[in-house]
Design a protein around this ligand. Structure first.
Ligand code: SF4
Ligand code: SF4
Ligand code: SF4
Length: 386
């Protein structure tokens, strides 16, 4: 496969990403900003020149997932294991409307919420107290504000969020790739590896892929009715308060995050994830779209077998010339196609935009996670080495 782009594009993109990171986060810390911006720039250049973008994407995703889980354990150790249950029940008792009583904390070790806390800090200053009990969000305006980063990312990248930015997707991906040659139950494994051109269990996924929309609608209604953020309804901290919900959550994680991904090399949790379903609803707003050049395609289905969300199917390739909505824009199929007939396009045009999408995705990923680390440092002063 040809390199993703020209050297000129690579350098421009690398500098743009470095500048983006620097300006956004590191103005007060010039040297740190320079170093971080440079590192991100080098990483971007590396991605753009690499013949195997997947190694880089996967490394970034798994690295940042590890950072989030490390942050999670740091917070857990900070609040104390013994007070976990109390904290969990407290942090959800936060009201979201102006004038309502305000109590409880919401310090959730999650890339979706921690950056939003620091956004609240930036916007409302005194209402949030770094390193102390955080009261967030306290007004409807603030609720809207905290949603902006996530909604903006989802609108721009669509399900590209899932391929490049979501720490939970990165966790699932760890199980897809970390166990490649170590599966011992060979007979069982053979059962779950479909022959070429066929889908897992005869296309079971085709039958169940819309389940996530049902889950999403139900959660939306519950969230509206109970006036809690929808993300909290699928957050482990909410679920473990109730015995059976906690058991169900652990079972779902075991099956869809660990067992099925190991067996099939697919992101099963993501196929059913309601957040992914919600992002699909705004996917058509994203300017980036994967497409197949049907004139060059010889129906080898390598792309279908490598796709981790079953977004490439025979029907999608032959009838639509593009993957279905579950495409996470990861680029695996682009890399594997022997005839080089898959690419990322500017939606509705024939302009190939891969060389800009990758650095842009890395910049956004860096933005989320750098913000996350900064939030962690603000929340837990003990983490600071000084
Ligand atoms: S589908 Fe859900 S868990 Fe998977 S990457 Fe997307 S948001 Fe994350
Ligand atoms: S890998 Fe390429 S040639 Fe093979 S089916 Fe997919 S798009 Fe067609
Ligand atoms: S269709 Fe291609 S880019 Fe989309 S998720 Fe599947 S492998 Fe990744």
């Amino acid at each position: 496969m040809e390199p993703a782009t020209s050297t000129r594009n690579a350098i421009i993109a690398a500098v743009a990403v470095a500048t983006f990171s620097f300006v956004l986060y590191f103005r007060p810390y010039f040297i740190v900003g320079l170093l971080a911006g440079g590192l991100i720039g080098v990483a971007t250049y590396w991605v753009l020149r690499a013949r195997e973008v997947q190694h880089v994407r996967r490394s970034i995703l798994i690295f940042f997932s590890t950072v989030v889980w490390a942050g999670f354990f740091a917070i857990l150790s900070w609040i104390g294991w013994s007070s976990l249950t109390q904290w969990v029940s407290d942090h959800l008792r936060v009201y979201y409307f102006q004038g309502a009583p305000m109590y409880g904390t919401t310090i959730i070790p999650c890339t979706r919420t921690l950056p939003e806390i620091t956004l609240g800090l930036a916007v409302y200053g005194s209402e949030s107290q770094p390193g102390a009990m955080l009261h967030w969000p306290t007004t409807l305006v603030m609720l809207i504000m905290v949603m902006i980063p996530f909604v903006a990312t989802a609108v721009v990248f669509g399900r590209g969020w899932c391929g490049w930015m979501c720490f939970f997707g990165g966790t699932v991906e760890t199980f897809i790739h970390g166990t490649k040659e170590r599966w011992k139950l060979r007979k069982f494994r053979a059962t779950f590896h479909p022959p070429r051109g066929e889908l897992f269990l005869g296309g079971l996924k085709e039958e169940i892929k819309d389940v996530k929309y049902g889950i999403a609608v139900a959660l939306l209604l519950v969230a509206l009715g109970a006036l809690v953020p929808i993300i909290c309804l699928v957050c482990w901290t909410f679920l473990i308060q109730y015995l059976w919900l906690g058991i169900a959550f652990i079972a779902i994680v075991a099956v869809f995050v660990i067992v099925l991904p190991i067996m099939t090399k697919k992101r099963w949790f993501c196929i059913l994830c309601p957040v992914g379903g919600m992002i699909n609803l705004v996917e058509s707003l994203s300017p980036f779209r994967v497409r197949v050049d049907l004139d060059k395609c010889d129906k080898c289905y390598d792309c279908m077998h490598v796709c981790h969300t079953y977004a490439m199917t025979p029907k999608a390739i032959e009838e639509k010339g593009k993957p279905n909505l579950d495409c996470t824009k990861c680029g695996k199929c682009i890399e594997v196609c022997p005839r080089e007939c898959i690419d990322l396009y500017l939606r509705g045009t024939n302009i190939k935009i891969r060389s800009w999408f990758f650095p842009f995705a890395i910049a956004a990923t860096a933005a989320w996670y750098v913000w996350f680390v900064f939030a962690l440092i603000q929340l837990i002063p003990e983490l600071l080495p000084i």
